[in-house]
Design a protein around this ligand. Sequence first.
Ligand code: LLP
Length: 431
Amino acid sequence: MSSPSGTPPVSLAPHFTYEAGRLRVEGVALDELARTHGTPLFVYSQAAMLDALAAYQRGLAGRSHQICYAMKANSTLAILQTLARAGCGFDIVSGGELERALAAGADPTTIIFSGVGKTRAEMRRALDVGIGCFNVESRAELDVLDEVARGVGLRAPVSIRVNPNVDAKTHPYISTGLKGNKFGIAHEEVVATYRHAAACAGLRVVGIDCHIGSQITQADPYLDAMDRVLDLVQAIEAAGVPIQHIDFGGGLGIDYNGDTPPAADALWKRLLDKIDARGYGDRKIYLEPGRSLVGNAGVCITEVLYLKPGEQKNFLIVDAAMNDLPRPAMYQAFHQIVPLTPRPDTPTTWDVVGPVCESGDWLGRDRDLAVQAGDLLAVLSAGAYCMSMASNYNTRGRAAEVLVSGTTATPIRARESAMDQLRLENLLPPA
Ligand code: LLP
């Protein structure tokens, strides 16, 4: 926790600090990066990602396990490489993510394929490269996978995603473990589905899978879901189908605004105690964390373009927008916004908005900031579900990205130009 003088206290994530009036990530001043690379600019701390991963690794030490980073959170190649080199496999949800993971040097056997709508082509490619497991979400998908695998003379390793019907107590759009969600197979149908899978010549049942939601900040939904999953393991094995691994998904939240999620190592100690107490301590554990590995490792730097004070609202117009940082517009999500070099002046209350032509294009509402045009701001906790959800709306090029390690800053993605965006399109023939 550290605060710039003259601004309300802000809690900064590990590896981000104010020193001599400048916000730094590890050993690099963020304003310097903005000057070199322009804005909007995503900057990540490699140490923050590795520390977050280490908490999971500590929690699971001594157990047979595989941490599969849910790369939908941030799929930039250098980030995947960072995590792969530290021992991560990947949780993928598309053929595109599979190619990214392979390009980043992932061992295919450590890749698991989640998602409700895998196509035959995606299944074939994943079988071809030898991925570790398909997390299957419906009976119909199971049958198609069986057919595709038989067609290429292979047996697809499968886990069935079960829906434990627990409330993750998070935003409805990112809650996935309740009965009304499109995800997983309902509790009552699980045993019959496993029996069916075990009888398919193109399938090899290896595990069970669940994922109850995202940005979960309490331990209880996890503990409840684990109990229900273990009940199912018991029932499935009683029906004669052995379960080698338990994939418990992702979902652990991060601190955006005073949130207090359990630490990954403490949470896993409790979950493993439960697994042991119920006699399943010998099973391999798979996890699919996304946000908790990268969310607080990244910030988005943006420049203040214009101050637009008004009768009802004061608007601070910045050069980052909902196409760069869609979470506020999509989920009314809160991200802290802080100056890179705080001014000692009295703050004014602003709505921080982008240049996109929609009222929904806001990054933060009612923020107290002392700023002038040309100042640089950091939108915090922007490592997860920002760049990976960025779009070209308003034909805005996606931002550049830099990865910092100690005093070294490596550009890992160039700013997208207008020409990059036009490249795939064709003009009509001359009239
Ligand atoms: N496994 C599965 C099957 C998932 O669907 C997800 C996330 C994860 C793992 C990783 O969850 P995490 O550890 O990151 O919570 N765009 C939203 C979040 C969507 C999450 C989708 N599934 C947001 O910005 O909050």
